[in-house]
Ligand binder design. Structure first.
Ligand SMILES: [Mn+2]
Length: 418
């Protein structure tokens, strides 16, 4: 029986550290090797294949070489953008690979009388695939609202819908806050719904919409997800048996590239001297060879400062057992002594206002609006404008023009034409 694979949220190019970037690609290699061994007809990539629209090229080169190997084995790839690798003007790596013939973009969209029309991409196996990409700022939700579902539902044959967004009925409790749409937004009567965006795996059949499936990442994309791996959360993709009659089996295939372990230490109620000593011993005794080690230190020191603890020395000790990588997190380590001095941290906005209030007396200007409370408000408004970064795909010139126009607007000055 023919098979297809369904992956999503691989986030190739994620992580700053080259060792972790490489592990993301190792997971991708393992998944593709399995697809080749299983002789799948095609692979669905439901968005966020890459961590950004223009990821680092070393990662792209490795991923493209692997896909080429699969393509040479006769495997076809159908992809949509996610929210990370989307670009509004066709300058995403997804478009590059589509242009090079390695991918086929599964979103073929047009608008007719205010309605969104989708066209099917036909795979040689007979499967008909269509879908909607993820976008930044959830613009895609509007597209579902005006989607011509009737035409899609009327199409006969074995149909797959590919999408990038959370579905209310399948939202994991840990992602309560995530924006989601009801399953009724999806056209009914397809054989399989290949989802992306939700970073945990799940497959569920809903009335009229069977096999609504999210694979989640193949490895991890940030520190929190590395912690999930340390806690034993499985990662992988789906293998699906199908024929023209429909889907007969949906199987989750775990992918594991390495062990991830957390070395957890509570410093609560201990002195900085004691913590430094105990952490050094803990690091010397921990065997994290061949693993990714996450060192978490938290709690409030009874005595001494957090800076008394030499974390780089402790890290070095951990490195002695030759781990793949050591990441440490001590952002939740505090001390009684420092808390007394500094008080609880203030929100950024409060700090900014306080700084301006302190400095405003130094402004010597006859312009009333630059002084006193008015001056503080103006400075805050200007700062807010200047903080707006360069927009995706905005050129340097466009960015500078927009920023100076907005700044002059805040100051109540007219921009002069050059
Ligand atoms: Mn994602």
């Amino acid at each position: 029986m023919p098979k297809f694979a369904h992956m999503s949220d691989v986030h190739i190019g994620a992580f700053r550290q080259s060792e972790l970037k490489s592990l993301v690609l190792d997971a991708f290699d393992m998944a593709i090797d399995r697809c080749i061994a299983e002789k799948v007809s095609f692979v669905l990539m439901a968005g966020d294949i890459f961590d950004s629209n223009i990821p680092d090229l070393t990662s792209v080169r490795r991923a493209a070489a692997k896909m080429k190997q699969a393509a040479d084995a006769g495997i076809r790839f159908y992809a949509i953008y996610g929210s990370h690798d989307f670009s509004p003007n066709y300058s995403s790596i997804v478009d590059v690979l589509d242009g090079a013939g390695l991918f086929t973009k599964a979103e073929v969209m047009s608008t007719l009388q205010g309605q969104v029309q989708l066209s099917f991409v036909r795979d040689p196996s007979g499967a008909k695939i269509c879908g909607i990409s993820g976008r930044k700022l959830s613009i895609d939700r509007d597209e579902y609202a005006v989607l011509d579902k009737g035409a899609l539902e009327a199409e006969p044959g074995f149909k797959i819908f590919i999408f990038h967004g959370a579905i209310e009925e399948l939202k994991p409790p840990s992602l309560e806050q995530m924006e989601a749409m009801p399953a009724s937004s999806l056209p009914a009567g397809f054989a399989y719904y290949a989802g992306g965006h939700v970073h945990s795996h799940q497959s569920k059949s809903l009335p009229g919409r069977p096999n609504v499936t999210f694979p989640g990442p193949l490895f991890a994309t940030d520190y929190t997800e590395l912690l999930q791996l340390a806690n034993g959360d499985p990662r992988g993709f789906y293998l699906v048996d199908f024929d023209q009659g429909g889907v007969s089996d949906v199987e989750f295939v775990p992918v594991k590239v390495c062990d991830v372990v957390e070395v957890h230490y509570s410093a609560h109620g201990k002195s900085s001297v004691q913590v430094a000593k105990e952490l050094t011993e803990l690091a010397s005794d921990s065997n994290v060879g061949g693993k990714v080690a996450l060192l978490t230190v938290e709690g409030e020191l009874s005595d001494g400062k957090t800076s008394d603890i030499d974390f780089s020395a402790i890290r070095k000790r951990l490195m002695a057992s030759a781990p793949l990588m050591v990441l440490s997190n001590h952002s939740h380590l505090t001390s009684k002594e420092q808390a007394k001095l500094a008080g609880p941290p203030k929100p950024v906005q409060v700090t900014e206002r306080e700084l301006f209030e302190k400095e405003i007396s130094r402004v010597k200007s006859s312009e009333q609006k630059l002084r006193g409370e008015k001056g503080v408000s103006l400075a805050l408004a200007l700062l807010k404008t200047l903080k707006e970064g360069k927009k995706e795909n905005e050129t340097k010139g466009e960015f500078e023009g927009r920023t100076s126009r907005a700044g002059l607007g805040v100051l109540g000055l007219e921009a002069t034409d050059r």
